[in-house]
Write a protein that binds this ligand. Structure first.
Ligand SMILES: NC(=O)c1ncn([C@@H]2O[C@H](COP(=O)(O)O)[C@@H](O)[C@H]2O)c1NC=O
Length: 512
């Protein structure tokens, strides 16, 4: 059946006027709410006010305008149902064939810095979603458009056939239910936070498509990248790609890990990541020094890695980065000279991202088979905790520097994790081992003779004194670990025996 009557009520008026002009030129009668009607009339279009259809004024600052049987009857009547149609006739209700509605800007409103709860609540659209849902439920008879991007395709079909195909109506209906669900998910989250409920009986999360991916972790796995609808400054999703091929699934995860680690540092820092673990971290007075140390930390593993830096990349640093094959470089910026040098390589991806040094405070979602685990991010830093030194010897100033670097890094290494650091760089990283002393042995072996006088960080306590002993034999002089094992005494005694200083943080940084 041809489209004869359209109800148009939109907050986002992008591209609306030419769309409605063409509808009217094709003989479609337009019904509109206050603001939409004014705009269309200003453009010389003839529009019927919703109040004229309902016989009821728009009241309470627009809280009630389209919530009326004359509207919802016209949307929900099944045209092939004679009962429905005679009830419409009995109540002098006319059918509505096309609904063009977009909603009060709730997301945009809560994204503003100074938003009040009253303002947010006033931007919860009630009438709009009701119309969208009614039309989407009755999609066989009603075309529903919530996204201005769909105006051209809808117009084309009406132009060609007077109506929209059932296939497209179904597609638009599904899109509307996704849209209203996403809209409600944001509102639910906002109200849940307002009510300070930490573990509600159900949750609905919403994400927006960032990009299609060629494949997932492996080429036979399909994958897509979605982002949170709200801005999350300093997060990988905010990065701008300046050069190179599209990011892959593994690139995104590795780059995310690199950004998280480099965000731990306020001083110039560079981080190289392989398979979500850091392989080299360096800090220094300038970004060239920091990167040189991150490189030197493990010149073998960095090859094909992802490097994140927290300062603009200058030409000198770019020259060094350019010497080896890297998948991605992420930095707050690149000088023009650095950019033209690095972009000579076709395959390297260059990303700019303001690293804000604060880390993320988002909830962390991890899927398990048949479920979802939600936790806060591990945003605890050394500045936020009280440490104690149970050994006879206190760390020297130099040792403190190395301990802090090792501790900042170990938090981001897959458990069981051990990190050795010395002179502003990591010198050994043992990741993802099934026993702690095994992780220590890997880190120690990597450090080799550089281990003399180094600091060791452990993501969790030592169940036995064997790690302290292995560290002592490798030349480690300072250790930082959570403490809390029933055998802490043995580790402390072992440390004292070797003249090692040990710091207890009382905080565990498991990363499974
Ligand atoms: N209350 C209602 O009956 C109602 N009907 C439509 N709206 C919304 O009002 C907006 C358009 O208003 P206007 O045409 O006055 O600019 C649209 O975003 C639409 O979703 C309503 N507003 C909110 O609930």
């Amino acid at each position: 059946m041809a489209i004869q009557r359209a109800l148009i009520s939109v907050s986002d008026k992008t591209n609306l006027v030419p769309f409605v002009k063409e509808l009217v030129s094709m003989g479609v009668q337009v019904i509109s709410t206050g603001g939409t009607k004014s705009l269309l009339e200003k453009e010389g279009l003839q529009v019927l006010g919703v109040s004229e259809v309902t016989g009821f004024p728009e009241i309470m600052d627009g809280r009630v305008k389209t919530l009326h049987p004359s509207i919802h009857g016209g949307l929900l009547a099944v045209r092939s149902n004679t009962g429905h149609m005679s009830q419409l006739a009995e109540n002098s209700i006319e059918t509505i064939d096309l609904v063009v509605v977009n909603l009060y800007p709730f997301k945009e409103t809560i994204s503003k810095n100074s938003v009040t709860d009253e303002e947010a609540i006033e931007n919860i659209d009630i009438g709009g979603p009701s119309m969208l849902r009614a039309a989407a439920k009755n999609y066989r008879d009603v075309t529903v458009v919530a996204d201005p991007e769909d105006y051209p395709a809808v117009l084309q079909q009406i132009r060609e056939n007077g109506d929209v195909s059932e296939e497209m109506k179904l597609m638009l209906s599904a899109k509307v239910f996704r849209h209203t669900a996403a809209y409600d998910a944001l509102i639910a989250e906002y109200m849940t936070n307002l009510a300070k409920e930490e573990s509600p009986e159900s949750i609905t999360v919403t994400y927006e498509k960032q990009q299609s991916l060629r494949y997932g972790e492996n080429p036979h796995q399909k994958a897509t990248f979605y982002r949170t609808p709200l801005k999350t400054s300093g997060s990988l999703v905010e990065a701008k790609q300046l050069h190179g091929k599209e990011l892959s699934y593994n690139n995104i995860r590795d780059a995310d890990a690199a950004v998280a680690i480099v965000s731990e540092f306020n001083e110039p820092a560079a981080v190289a990541v392989k398979h979500m673990n850091p392989c080299g971290v360096g800090t220094g007075e300038d970004i060239f020094t920091a990167y040189s140390l991150a490189y030197e930390a493990d010149p073998t593993s960095i090859f094909g890695g992802i490097v994140a830096l927290n300062r603009e990349v200058d030409y000198k640093t770019a020259e060094k980065l350019h010497e080896i094959f890297l998948e991605i470089i992420i930095a707050p910026g690149f000088t023009d000279e650095a950019m033209s040098l690095l972009s000579q390589k076709k395959n390297i991806r260059l990303l700019s991202l303001e690293i804000n040094g604060k880390g993320s405070s988002q909830k962390q979602l991890t899927s398990v088979q048949g479920g979802l685990l939600i936790q806060e991010e591990d945003s605890l830093t050394l500045e936020g905790i009280d440490v104690m030194v149970p050994t006879k010897r206190e760390p020297s100033e130099e040792e403190w520097k190395d301990l802090k670097l090792a501790w900042r890094v170990v938090k981001h290494v897959k458990s069981n994790a051990i990190v050795l650091a010395k002179n502003e760089m990591t010198i050994g990283i043992g990741a993802g081992q099934m026993n702690r002393v095994g992780a220590a042995k890997i880190a120690i072996e990597q450090a080799a003779e550089k281990g003399q006088g180094s600091a060791l960080a452990s993501d969790a306590f030592f169940p036995m004194s064997d790690t302290v002993e292995a560290a002592a034999k490798a030349g480690v002089t300072a250790i930082i670990q959570p403490g809390g094992s029933i055998r802490d005494d043995e580790s402390i005694r072992m440390a004292d025996e070797y003249g090692i200083t040990m710091v207890f943080t009382g905080v565990r940084h498991f990363k499974h």
